[in-house]
Design a binder for this molecule. Structure first.
Ligand SMILES: Cc1ncc(COP(=O)(O)O)c(C=O)c1O
Length: 384
């Protein structure tokens, strides 16, 4: 009774893996993909006040105008992107929804979307659900997992419609530099493409690295749909709130799908999110702690024989290389879980070029990182 398309699309590899984790005992998990901090108090209080004041009805399909205004101000100040809050910003149920409706709004059946890999697990399935064809573009460790323009160029066909960029990246933590984005913009303009730019990890960035929004680059204003949200920066995952910003044609078309399928994003969450714009310190403190954990984890991983790990520049993931073990990443993760008591995600979950790597998150306490490192070291010794 199920459609062939849905039957053909596999469940997320992460989900499959975490079913295994749930069945296991005494596990240290580096598999998590969400902040381990609580939602900041002022945002929680604003949510409670919204409930007490009965702000619990539907909002405008586009989302609360006041929230769109705050987002427009933020986009202008932080991202140099000018968007009209009335017509060019749509509040969504997380970046997840924004991604889905952006893809559905622009794809015709058989169209191709380029996806630099390793990539977030939802990109490919969303393209499949929209009757399109995802075209992976591998990125390599030698280039710090930043996609190369010649690799993009080589995969463009008459059917290519768009490219999905994700910087900082899940699962590699790579950050695209200004020059990378300038070169990608040139290709996009030359080939009349659209960019869907997932910037959900924008705030989680380290060292001297800087986040650039491709939507602010010359000639990109009408070719970019910028996606962002509150999940990662404000430990807001369960509140389900994100947004899309683009020209009014994109946003209106996305709104058409959103209107029929979602109606509006959660109203209590929208009221709580208003508080986020008054509360920037929280993000800074959280980033400092992630940075400490990042260094601790990368240093520890590099001290273990047969594991090497480049220093990620953003998000809260490391992507260590386990190729020296000669074991496929899925098998490695399964054995590490069963024999070593540590949960990580196999790199192959994020695309074929993730084979030979595992994703280890540092969205866990420093104590858990220390314990995980001890266990990985013991496991590797036993592996010989
Ligand atoms: C790259 C990326 N984009 C989007 C999402 C989904 O975010 P949201 O909670 O806003 O739906 C995630 C969640 O892990 C992610 O890693």
């Amino acid at each position: 009774m199920i459609s062939n398309r849905v039957k053909e699309i596999p469940f997320s590899g992460i989900r499959k893996f975490f079913e295994l984790v749930q069945k296991s005992k005494d596990i240290v998990s580096l598999g998590v993909g969400e902040p381990d901090f609580p939602t900041p108090e002022p945002l929680k209080d604003a949510g409670v006040r919204a409930i007490e004041n009965d702000f619990t009805s539907y909002t405008s399909n586009y989302g609360l105008l006041e929230l769109r205004e705050r987002i427009a101000e933020k986009l202008k100040k932080k991202n140099s992107i000018d968007r009209n809050p009335e017509t060019e910003i749509l509040i969504t149920t997380g970046v997840s929804e924004a991604l889905d409706i952006a893809i559905r709004a622009i794809l015709n059946p058989g169209d191709e979307i380029l996806i630099p890999e390793p990539s977030y697990v939802s990109y490919k399935p969303c393209v499949w659900f929209a009757h399109g064809n995802p075209v992976p573009v591998p990125s390599k460790e030698e280039n710090e997992f930043r996609v190369l323009t010649e690799d993009i160029k080589g995969r463009i066909t008459k059917k290519t419609r768009a490219i999905i960029l994700s910087s900082p990246n899940n699962p590699t933590g790579s950050v695209l530099r200004k020059k990378d984005l300038e070169e990608i913009s040139d290709i996009v303009i030359e080939n009349d493409l659209i960019v869907i730019s997932d910037e959900i990890y924008e705030e989680l960035i380290y060292d001297d690295e800087k986040h650039y929004s491709i939507g602010s680059f010359n000639g990109m204003t009408d070719r970019t749909i910028t996606l962002n949200g509150f999940s990662k920066a404000y430990a807001f995952t369960g509140w389900r709130l994100g947004y899309a910003a683009g020209n009014s044609e994109f946003i209106e078309s996305m709104m058409k799908i959103h209107q029929y399928t979602m109606l509006c994003a959660p109203s209590v969450s929208q009221h709580a999110a208003l508080e986020a714009f008054r509360y920037e310190n929280y993000v800074g403190d959280m980033v400092k702690e992630y940075d400490r954990r990042r260094r601790l984890l990368v240093k520890g991983l590099n001290e273990i024989p047969d594991i090497s790990c480049i220093m990620p520049k953003g998000a809260f993931y490391t992507f260590p290389n386990i190729k020296n073990t000669g074991i496929k990443s899925e098998k490695f993760a399964e054995r590490l879980l069963k024999e070593g008591g540590v949960a990580v995600v196999p790199g192959s979950t994020f695309g074929d070029c993730g084979e030979g790597y595992i994703r280890c998150s540092y969205s866990v306490s420093r104590e858990s990182i220390d314990e995980a490192l001890r266990r990985i070291e013991r496991f590797m010794e036993k592996l010989g």
